[in-house]
Design a protein around this ligand. Structure first.
Ligand code: SER
Length: 317
Protein backbone atom coordinates (compact mmCIF):
# COMPACT_ATOMS: atom_id res chain seq x y z
CA UNK A 1 0.00 0.00 0.00
CA UNK A 2 2.88 2.39 0.75
CA UNK A 3 3.90 2.79 -2.89
CA UNK A 4 0.34 2.94 -4.18
CA UNK A 5 -0.35 6.01 -6.30
CA UNK A 6 -3.84 6.33 -7.66
CA UNK A 7 -5.19 8.20 -10.67
CA UNK A 8 -8.96 8.63 -10.93
CA UNK A 9 -10.04 9.42 -14.49
CA UNK A 10 -13.49 10.98 -14.78
CA UNK A 11 -13.23 12.21 -11.20
CA UNK A 12 -15.89 14.92 -11.55
CA UNK A 13 -18.72 12.48 -12.25
CA UNK A 14 -21.26 10.97 -9.88
CA UNK A 15 -19.00 8.12 -8.73
CA UNK A 16 -15.68 9.96 -9.04
CA UNK A 17 -16.62 12.79 -6.71
CA UNK A 18 -17.23 10.41 -3.84
CA UNK A 19 -14.60 7.84 -4.74
CA UNK A 20 -11.78 10.41 -4.68
CA UNK A 21 -12.85 11.46 -1.18
CA UNK A 22 -12.82 7.86 0.04
CA UNK A 23 -9.55 6.94 -1.64
CA UNK A 24 -7.89 10.03 -0.16
CA UNK A 25 -9.14 9.06 3.28
CA UNK A 26 -7.81 5.51 2.89
CA UNK A 27 -4.50 6.13 1.13
CA UNK A 28 -3.72 9.76 2.01
CA UNK A 29 -4.24 12.91 -0.07
CA UNK A 30 -0.78 12.79 -1.59
CA UNK A 31 -1.39 9.28 -2.98
CA UNK A 32 -4.47 10.22 -5.02
CA UNK A 33 -4.77 12.32 -8.17
CA UNK A 34 -8.14 13.38 -9.57
CA UNK A 35 -8.49 14.04 -13.29
CA UNK A 36 -11.27 14.97 -15.67
CA UNK A 37 -11.84 16.83 -18.91
CA UNK A 38 -12.75 20.04 -17.02
CA UNK A 39 -10.25 22.85 -16.77
CA UNK A 40 -10.54 23.07 -12.99
CA UNK A 41 -12.19 21.19 -10.15
CA UNK A 42 -12.06 21.38 -6.40
CA UNK A 43 -10.78 18.24 -4.70
CA UNK A 44 -8.78 17.71 -1.52
CA UNK A 45 -6.15 16.08 -3.76
CA UNK A 46 -4.12 17.18 -6.79
CA UNK A 47 -6.26 17.75 -9.87
CA UNK A 48 -5.06 17.37 -13.45
CA UNK A 49 -7.06 18.19 -16.57
CA UNK A 50 -6.93 15.05 -18.70
CA UNK A 51 -8.67 13.81 -21.84
CA UNK A 52 -8.75 10.01 -21.61
CA UNK A 53 -8.90 9.76 -25.39
CA UNK A 54 -5.49 11.43 -25.59
CA UNK A 55 -3.34 8.35 -25.05
CA UNK A 56 -0.08 10.26 -24.88
CA UNK A 57 -1.43 12.66 -22.26
CA UNK A 58 -2.65 9.76 -20.10
CA UNK A 59 0.70 8.03 -20.42
CA UNK A 60 2.55 11.20 -19.50
CA UNK A 61 0.54 11.64 -16.29
CA UNK A 62 0.97 7.97 -15.36
CA UNK A 63 4.75 8.09 -15.87
CA UNK A 64 5.39 11.53 -14.42
CA UNK A 65 3.30 10.95 -11.33
CA UNK A 66 4.41 7.34 -10.81
CA UNK A 67 0.82 6.16 -10.93
CA UNK A 68 0.35 2.49 -10.03
CA UNK A 69 -3.45 2.19 -10.09
CA UNK A 70 -6.09 3.76 -12.29
CA UNK A 71 -9.81 4.02 -11.60
CA UNK A 72 -11.13 4.77 -15.06
CA UNK A 73 -14.64 6.16 -14.72
CA UNK A 74 -14.97 8.47 -17.72
CA UNK A 75 -17.86 7.38 -19.95
CA UNK A 76 -20.97 8.56 -21.72
CA UNK A 77 -23.97 7.03 -19.91
CA UNK A 78 -26.94 5.32 -21.53
CA UNK A 79 -29.25 8.22 -22.38
CA UNK A 80 -26.50 10.54 -23.65
CA UNK A 81 -24.85 7.78 -25.67
CA UNK A 82 -28.16 7.16 -27.50
CA UNK A 83 -28.04 10.78 -28.61
CA UNK A 84 -24.40 10.61 -29.68
CA UNK A 85 -23.80 6.94 -30.63
CA UNK A 86 -20.48 7.37 -32.42
CA UNK A 87 -18.98 9.58 -29.76
CA UNK A 88 -20.34 7.31 -27.01
CA UNK A 89 -18.70 4.28 -28.55
CA UNK A 90 -15.43 6.13 -29.15
CA UNK A 91 -15.15 7.64 -25.68
CA UNK A 92 -16.17 4.46 -23.89
CA UNK A 93 -13.79 2.24 -25.86
CA UNK A 94 -10.76 4.46 -26.57
CA UNK A 95 -10.50 5.45 -22.93
CA UNK A 96 -10.47 1.84 -21.82
CA UNK A 97 -7.79 0.83 -24.33
CA UNK A 98 -5.56 3.67 -23.33
CA UNK A 99 -5.56 2.42 -19.75
CA UNK A 100 -5.43 -1.31 -20.56
CA UNK A 101 -2.42 -0.78 -22.84
CA UNK A 102 -0.54 1.11 -20.13
CA UNK A 103 -1.01 -1.87 -17.85
CA UNK A 104 -0.03 -4.30 -20.61
CA UNK A 105 3.19 -2.32 -21.10
CA UNK A 106 3.99 -2.64 -17.41
CA UNK A 107 3.19 0.95 -16.39
CA UNK A 108 0.23 0.12 -14.14
CA UNK A 109 -0.28 -2.55 -11.50
CA UNK A 110 -4.05 -2.45 -11.22
CA UNK A 111 -7.08 -1.03 -13.00
CA UNK A 112 -10.67 -0.49 -11.95
CA UNK A 113 -13.19 -0.02 -14.74
CA UNK A 114 -16.95 -0.07 -14.18
CA UNK A 115 -19.37 -1.97 -16.33
CA UNK A 116 -23.13 -1.77 -15.95
CA UNK A 117 -26.42 -3.63 -15.80
CA UNK A 118 -26.85 -2.10 -19.29
CA UNK A 119 -24.91 -5.08 -20.70
CA UNK A 120 -28.10 -7.12 -20.33
CA UNK A 121 -30.78 -6.95 -22.98
CA UNK A 122 -34.33 -8.07 -23.76
CA UNK A 123 -33.32 -11.72 -24.16
CA UNK A 124 -31.93 -11.90 -20.62
CA UNK A 125 -34.26 -13.13 -17.88
CA UNK A 126 -35.40 -10.05 -15.98
CA UNK A 127 -35.66 -11.30 -12.42
CA UNK A 128 -32.62 -12.25 -10.38
CA UNK A 129 -30.45 -12.03 -13.50
CA UNK A 130 -27.47 -14.34 -13.05
CA UNK A 131 -23.81 -13.60 -13.73
CA UNK A 132 -23.71 -16.01 -16.65
CA UNK A 133 -26.66 -15.65 -18.99
CA UNK A 134 -27.68 -14.49 -22.45
CA UNK A 135 -26.15 -11.05 -22.97
CA UNK A 136 -27.47 -9.09 -25.95
CA UNK A 137 -27.32 -5.37 -25.10
CA UNK A 138 -29.39 -3.03 -27.26
CA UNK A 139 -28.12 0.43 -26.22
CA UNK A 140 -24.86 1.98 -27.42
CA UNK A 141 -23.81 2.25 -23.79
CA UNK A 142 -24.62 -1.41 -23.13
CA UNK A 143 -22.78 -2.54 -26.26
CA UNK A 144 -19.71 -0.52 -25.26
CA UNK A 145 -19.76 -1.88 -21.71
CA UNK A 146 -20.13 -5.47 -22.87
CA UNK A 147 -17.33 -5.08 -25.42
CA UNK A 148 -15.24 -3.49 -22.66
CA UNK A 149 -15.88 -6.43 -20.37
CA UNK A 150 -14.64 -8.86 -23.00
CA UNK A 151 -11.52 -6.74 -23.59
CA UNK A 152 -10.80 -6.62 -19.85
CA UNK A 153 -11.02 -10.39 -19.74
CA UNK A 154 -8.82 -10.65 -22.84
CA UNK A 155 -6.11 -8.38 -21.43
CA UNK A 156 -6.14 -10.34 -18.20
CA UNK A 157 -5.85 -13.73 -19.90
CA UNK A 158 -3.43 -12.72 -22.62
CA UNK A 159 -1.25 -10.12 -20.89
CA UNK A 160 -1.90 -10.81 -17.21
CA UNK A 161 -3.35 -7.33 -16.67
CA UNK A 162 -4.87 -6.98 -13.18
CA UNK A 163 -8.14 -5.36 -14.18
CA UNK A 164 -11.19 -5.51 -11.92
CA UNK A 165 -14.75 -4.55 -12.68
CA UNK A 166 -18.29 -4.52 -11.36
CA UNK A 167 -21.58 -4.01 -13.16
CA UNK A 168 -23.00 -0.95 -11.41
CA UNK A 169 -26.76 -0.78 -11.14
CA UNK A 170 -28.44 2.65 -10.99
CA UNK A 171 -26.53 4.70 -8.42
CA UNK A 172 -28.14 7.05 -5.93
CA UNK A 173 -26.26 9.62 -3.87
CA UNK A 174 -26.78 13.04 -2.30
CA UNK A 175 -23.28 14.47 -2.75
CA UNK A 176 -23.35 14.61 -6.53
CA UNK A 177 -25.75 14.47 -9.44
CA UNK A 178 -25.71 11.82 -12.15
CA UNK A 179 -25.60 12.91 -15.77
CA UNK A 180 -27.16 11.29 -18.79
CA UNK A 181 -28.31 7.99 -17.30
CA UNK A 182 -31.62 6.13 -17.49
CA UNK A 183 -31.64 5.56 -13.73
CA UNK A 184 -31.10 9.28 -12.92
CA UNK A 185 -34.77 9.68 -11.97
CA UNK A 186 -34.03 7.93 -8.69
CA UNK A 187 -31.82 10.89 -7.70
CA UNK A 188 -33.89 13.70 -9.28
CA UNK A 189 -36.96 12.50 -7.42
CA UNK A 190 -35.41 13.43 -4.06
CA UNK A 191 -34.43 16.92 -5.17
CA UNK A 192 -37.90 17.60 -6.57
CA UNK A 193 -39.66 16.04 -3.58
CA UNK A 194 -37.85 18.45 -1.27
CA UNK A 195 -38.02 21.48 -3.54
CA UNK A 196 -41.54 21.33 -4.98
CA UNK A 197 -43.28 18.33 -3.42
CA UNK A 198 -43.95 16.69 -6.75
CA UNK A 199 -42.08 14.93 -9.51
CA UNK A 200 -42.81 13.91 -13.07
CA UNK A 201 -40.97 10.68 -13.80
CA UNK A 202 -39.57 9.89 -17.25
CA UNK A 203 -40.10 6.16 -16.63
CA UNK A 204 -43.46 4.47 -16.08
CA UNK A 205 -44.57 3.54 -12.58
CA UNK A 206 -43.95 -0.20 -12.90
CA UNK A 207 -40.42 0.01 -14.38
CA UNK A 208 -38.38 -1.91 -11.79
CA UNK A 209 -34.59 -1.57 -12.02
CA UNK A 210 -31.63 -2.67 -9.90
CA UNK A 211 -30.30 0.22 -7.80
CA UNK A 212 -27.62 0.90 -5.21
CA UNK A 213 -26.91 3.63 -2.67
CA UNK A 214 -23.61 5.40 -3.23
CA UNK A 215 -21.90 4.31 0.03
CA UNK A 216 -22.44 0.70 -1.10
CA UNK A 217 -21.16 1.45 -4.62
CA UNK A 218 -18.01 3.00 -3.15
CA UNK A 219 -17.61 0.06 -0.80
CA UNK A 220 -17.96 -2.43 -3.67
CA UNK A 221 -15.38 -0.50 -5.69
CA UNK A 222 -12.87 -0.27 -2.85
CA UNK A 223 -13.48 -3.88 -1.76
CA UNK A 224 -12.89 -5.44 -5.16
CA UNK A 225 -9.71 -3.39 -5.57
CA UNK A 226 -8.45 -4.35 -2.10
CA UNK A 227 -9.10 -8.08 -2.52
CA UNK A 228 -6.14 -10.39 -3.17
CA UNK A 229 -5.76 -10.97 -6.91
CA UNK A 230 -6.49 -14.69 -6.65
CA UNK A 231 -9.94 -13.96 -5.19
CA UNK A 232 -10.97 -12.14 -8.37
CA UNK A 233 -12.11 -15.08 -10.42
CA UNK A 234 -14.14 -13.08 -12.92
CA UNK A 235 -12.07 -10.71 -15.03
CA UNK A 236 -14.86 -9.45 -17.23
CA UNK A 237 -17.19 -7.85 -14.65
CA UNK A 238 -19.07 -8.94 -11.52
CA UNK A 239 -22.81 -8.63 -10.94
CA UNK A 240 -23.42 -6.65 -7.74
CA UNK A 241 -26.82 -6.05 -6.26
CA UNK A 242 -28.32 -4.09 -3.38
CA UNK A 243 -32.00 -3.28 -4.04
CA UNK A 244 -34.60 -3.25 -6.77
CA UNK A 245 -37.57 -0.91 -7.03
CA UNK A 246 -39.84 0.89 -9.47
CA UNK A 247 -40.78 4.61 -9.44
CA UNK A 248 -43.98 3.87 -7.53
CA UNK A 249 -42.07 2.01 -4.78
CA UNK A 250 -39.60 4.83 -4.22
CA UNK A 251 -42.40 7.44 -4.33
CA UNK A 252 -44.26 5.48 -1.64
CA UNK A 253 -41.16 5.30 0.50
CA UNK A 254 -40.58 9.06 0.12
CA UNK A 255 -44.20 9.59 1.12
CA UNK A 256 -43.44 7.92 4.45
CA UNK A 257 -41.29 10.99 5.16
CA UNK A 258 -43.10 13.62 3.07
CA UNK A 259 -46.79 12.58 3.07
CA UNK A 260 -47.88 15.28 0.60
CA UNK A 261 -45.35 14.21 -2.07
CA UNK A 262 -46.95 13.39 -5.41
CA UNK A 263 -45.63 11.74 -8.54
CA UNK A 264 -46.79 11.77 -12.16
CA UNK A 265 -45.49 9.72 -15.09
CA UNK A 266 -44.49 10.93 -18.52
CA UNK A 267 -42.20 8.29 -20.06
CA UNK A 268 -39.77 9.47 -22.75
CA UNK A 269 -37.10 7.75 -24.89
CA UNK A 270 -35.40 6.42 -21.75
CA UNK A 271 -38.34 4.06 -21.19
CA UNK A 272 -37.20 1.93 -24.15
CA UNK A 273 -33.71 1.67 -22.67
CA UNK A 274 -35.04 0.69 -19.25
CA UNK A 275 -37.43 -1.87 -20.75
CA UNK A 276 -34.47 -3.92 -21.95
CA UNK A 277 -32.68 -3.99 -18.57
CA UNK A 278 -33.12 -6.46 -15.73
CA UNK A 279 -35.36 -5.72 -12.76
CA UNK A 280 -33.11 -7.43 -10.23
CA UNK A 281 -29.66 -8.98 -10.15
CA UNK A 282 -28.17 -12.14 -8.69
CA UNK A 283 -24.72 -11.38 -7.31
CA UNK A 284 -23.72 -14.64 -5.61
CA UNK A 285 -20.29 -14.74 -7.32
CA UNK A 286 -19.28 -11.33 -5.91
CA UNK A 287 -20.49 -12.35 -2.46
CA UNK A 288 -18.63 -15.62 -2.63
CA UNK A 289 -15.37 -14.51 -4.28
CA UNK A 290 -14.56 -11.24 -2.51
CA UNK A 291 -17.15 -10.94 0.23
CA UNK A 292 -19.52 -8.39 -1.30
CA UNK A 293 -22.33 -7.46 1.08
CA UNK A 294 -24.47 -4.32 0.70
CA UNK A 295 -25.70 -2.29 3.65
CA UNK A 296 -28.58 -0.22 2.27
CA UNK A 297 -32.06 -1.34 1.22
CA UNK A 298 -34.74 1.01 -0.15
CA UNK A 299 -36.03 2.09 3.25
CA UNK A 300 -32.59 2.86 4.70
CA UNK A 301 -31.45 4.61 1.54
CA UNK A 302 -34.49 6.91 1.31
CA UNK A 303 -34.23 7.93 4.92
CA UNK A 304 -30.49 8.63 4.64
CA UNK A 305 -30.87 10.57 1.36
CA UNK A 306 -33.59 12.86 2.73
CA UNK A 307 -31.73 13.46 5.96
CA UNK A 308 -28.50 14.36 4.16
CA UNK A 309 -30.06 16.54 1.47
CA UNK A 310 -31.83 18.45 4.22
CA UNK A 311 -29.02 18.63 6.76
CA UNK A 312 -26.40 19.68 4.27
CA UNK A 313 -28.69 22.34 2.89
CA UNK A 314 -28.43 20.81 -0.55
CA UNK A 315 -32.19 20.92 -0.84
CA UNK A 316 -34.52 22.20 1.82
CA UNK A 317 -38.29 22.34 1.83
N1 SER B 1 -26.90 4.33 -14.37
C1 SER B 1 -26.52 3.97 -15.71
C2 SER B 1 -27.40 4.59 -16.71
O1 SER B 1 -28.56 4.79 -16.41
C3 SER B 1 -26.55 2.48 -15.85
O2 SER B 1 -25.30 1.97 -15.61
O3 SER B 1 -26.98 4.82 -17.80
Amino acid sequence: MSDTKILVIGACGQVGTELVENLARTFGNERVIASDIREEASFPVKYIKLDVMDREAVKEVVLQENVSEVYHLAALLSATAEKHPEYGWKLNMDGLFSVLDLAKDGHLKKIFWPSSIAVFGPTTSKQNTPQYTVIEPTSVYGISKFAGERWCNYYHQRYDVDVRSIRYPGLIGWKSLPGGGTTDYAVDIFHQALKTGNYTCFLSEETALPMMYMPDAIKATMDIMAAPADKIKIRSSYNVSAMSFNPQDIANEIRNHIPEFSIAYDPDFRQAIANDWPASINDEEARHDWGWNPEFNLEKMVSDMLQNLNQNSIVKI
